[in-house]
Design a protein around this ligand. Structure first.
Ligand SMILES: Cc1cc2nc3c(=O)[nH]c(=O)nc-3n(C[C@H](O)[C@H](O)[C@H](O)COP(=O)(O)OP(=O)(O)OC[C@H]3O[C@@H](n4cnc5c(N)ncnc54)[C@H](O)[C@@H]3O)c2cc1C
Ligand SMILES: NC(=O)c1ccc[n+]([C@@H]2O[C@H](COP(=O)([O-])OP(=O)(O)OC[C@H]3O[C@@H](n4cnc5c(N)ncnc54)[C@H](O)[C@@H]3O)[C@@H](O)[C@H]2O)c1
Length: 494
């Protein structure tokens, strides 16, 4: 067996979180091996956030053009998928080639290895025949893959996941979407706006079930207005494909479509990571971490596989914490640089850790030398980029009630706000605030509307910084903005 190669840090999985950790530690002067089996950057740039938001941008342009008829004369709109497919191929994904991302990492001093990594005992990672031993730690950032439900017949059919849906060059005439969560709704609306007849089949009794019921109702109504058929509370019993068409059999009904997109959630594949070799339970749904992203001695995890929220902003936030904690761990064990990243001389392959400034930005917050930020998900924001957008932060009303909080709710309809009324067509939306009446602060909020994700930012600050409601009520809200509706919702808190 080959002798292990000793380096400072090994990062397994270079998706959003792993790439950020590996790149920043390499920039700080550590010897870092980054292992990726597919494309450096992971789901977000190639099959997730970026290309799907390009699709949404294009689909929303079509919808806005249709609105000309109600506001400014007449417009004839002829959707064409070709320029969008070209943009995704050429601008977003470089035809699903990660050379630029690999060069970015190696340009920072990192060493890239293509392959599947797995733990091989404490501080050791194996990739094929190669074994690396990490002086300071191993970081796991292996993300998730689509969770395919065990529906009779499904596995034998040529169903789509988000990969095929993002890579599609020619649209089908009809599309069945299994799963009415964030991916299902965003893509269903896009394809419908390009003329595809779309049916969404959702097992729960409402779409977007993790958000407020009002948000589910709004999203369902918006998609129906785009011609999407939405069926909720439907448990698929069997799936078949006859060579040209899919059929989903459910509760005595049958739904057909030329393509079937399965977007029923995601799963972390912990069983592939060799966790048993370091005494960690691989049977967990997600990899449990503490508030410094520690799994166990010498092992950190970052991103979707931690189960703290499958969002790029969570992976980036956690990456900042991991970087600070690894540097802190190194300083404490070897007398290296402190969590600020301020230079000092250390041993190890890197030899000298380069100066990267007086204070390092970790997870968006500046960290004082010697201190390491800890993860705090109270003000976790999320935005589903349907039209209208559904933005949310913190707790839903039900979650707050389940926690025994003395809840007050403030609601306002965007269509009756000045800006909503001016906006006219496409103005559906609302603000819903969840307050802790005893503490006098907001613990959650939903902001749905044409700019729901942007309006959300003020509410994220309010929840994150626990701004007293009395102060929020005495702020000045610019007229006539969409965010001015927040003032109305605050007035309605009861
Ligand atoms: C269609 C879609 C739209 C989305 N839209 C948004 C959005 O608008 N906003 C948002 O915040 N989030 C969005 N997300 C979620 C976002 O993409 C993820 O939260 C993010 O990619 C998580 O990053 P990660 O690094 O944890 O994992 P991933 O991006 O999944 O990366 C993990 C990497 O690890 C690699 N890997 C796995 N196992 C191994 C191994 N053993 N060895 C080596 N490499 C391995 C994989 O190949 C992969 O490249 C979307 C997701 C999808 C699918
Ligand atoms: N805008 C964004 O930030 C964005 C966009 C897309 C995805 N994401 C992230 O990616 C994650 C995964 O997205 P997703 O949409 O796959 O998962 P999801 O968990 O959001 O939704 C999956 C849906 O599928 C349903 N479902 C499960 N099994 C089913 C079955 N057998 N038949 C019918 N329906 C079934 C669930 O009830 C649920 O509503 C999201 O949770 C989110 O964190 C984020």
């Amino acid at each position: 067996m080959a002798e292990p190669e000793v380096v400072d840090v090994v990062v397994v999985g270079l998706g959003v979180g792993g790439e950020e950790v590996a790149g920043r530690l390499a920039e700080a002067g550590l010897s870092v091996v980054g292992i990726e089996r597919d494309l450096v950057g992971g789901e977000c740039p190639y099959w997730g956030c970026v290309p799907s938001k390009m699709m949404i941008r294009a689909a929303n342009a079509l919808a806005e053009a249709h609105r000309v008829n109600e506001l400014a004369g007449s417009a004839e709109v002829r959707p064409d998928w070709a320029p969008l497919a070209k943009r995704i191929r050429e601008e977003a994904t470089d035809t699903w080639d990660d050379k630029a991302a690999v060069d970015r990492f190696t340009g920072k001093g990192g060493r890239f290895v293509r392959g599947s990594g797995r733990l091989d005992g404490p501080n050791r990672v194996r990739v094929g025949d190669q074994v690396f031993e990490a002086r300071f730690g191993v970081v796991l950032g292996t993300g998730t893959r689509p969770s395919i439900p065990p529906i009779d017949g499904l596995a034998d059919t040529p169903y789509w996941t988000n990969h095929q849906a993002i890579e599609v060059e020619e649209l089908p005439a009809t599309l069945l979407v299994l799963g009415g969560g964030a991916i299902g709704l965003e893509l269903a609306q896009v394809f419908a706006r390009f003329g595809v007849r779309v049916t969404v089949v959702e097992a729960a009794d409402r779409v977007l079930a993790v958000e407020e019921p009002e948000a589910s109702a709004l999203a369902a109504e918006a998609l129906r207005a785009d011609g999407v058929e939405i069926r909720t509370g439907v448990k698929a019993g069997r799936v078949s494909h006859d060579g040209t068409e899919f059929t989903v059999h459910a509760d005595g009904a049958a739904f057909t479509g030329e393509k079937l997109l399965v977007v029923t959630g995601r799963r972390a594949h912990l069983e592939e990571l060799g966790l048993d070799t370091v005494g960690v339970d691989a049977g967990q749904r997600y990899l449990a971490v503490n508030d410094r992203m520690h799994v166990t001695d010498g092992i950190w995890a970052v991103g979707d596989l931690t189960g703290e929220g499958a969002f790029t902003h969570i992976a980036m936030y956690q990456a900042g914490i991991v970087v600070a904690d690894v540097l802190d761990h190194m300083r404490r064990t070897r007398g290296g640089p402190d969590a600020s990243g301020t230079a000092s001389v250390v041993g190890g392959a890197a030899g000298v850790v380069s100066a990267v400034g007086g204070a390092m930005s970790a997870g968006g917050s500046t960290v004082a030398p010697g201190s390491v930020p800890v993860a705090d998900y109270r003000a976790l924001p999320r935005v589903t980029f349907t039209d209208p957008e559904v933005g949310a932060v913190g707790l839903t009303e039900q979650q707050a009630r389940d926690r025994g909080i003395n809840v007050q709710v403030g609601h306002t309809d965007l269509t009756s706000s000045t800006r909503g009324w001016i906006h006219k067509t496409g103005n559906a939306g609302f603000i819903k605030l969840i307050a802790d009446a005893d503490q006098g602060v907001l613990v959650g909020a939903t902001s749905a509307g044409p700019a729901g994700g942007e309006v959300l930012s003020a509410l994220v600050v309010a929840v994150h910084a626990a701004v007293p409601i009395s102060q929020l009520r005495h702020m000045i809200y610019a007229y006539p903005t969409f965010h001015r509706a927040v003032e109305d919702a605050l007035r309605n808190l009861r």
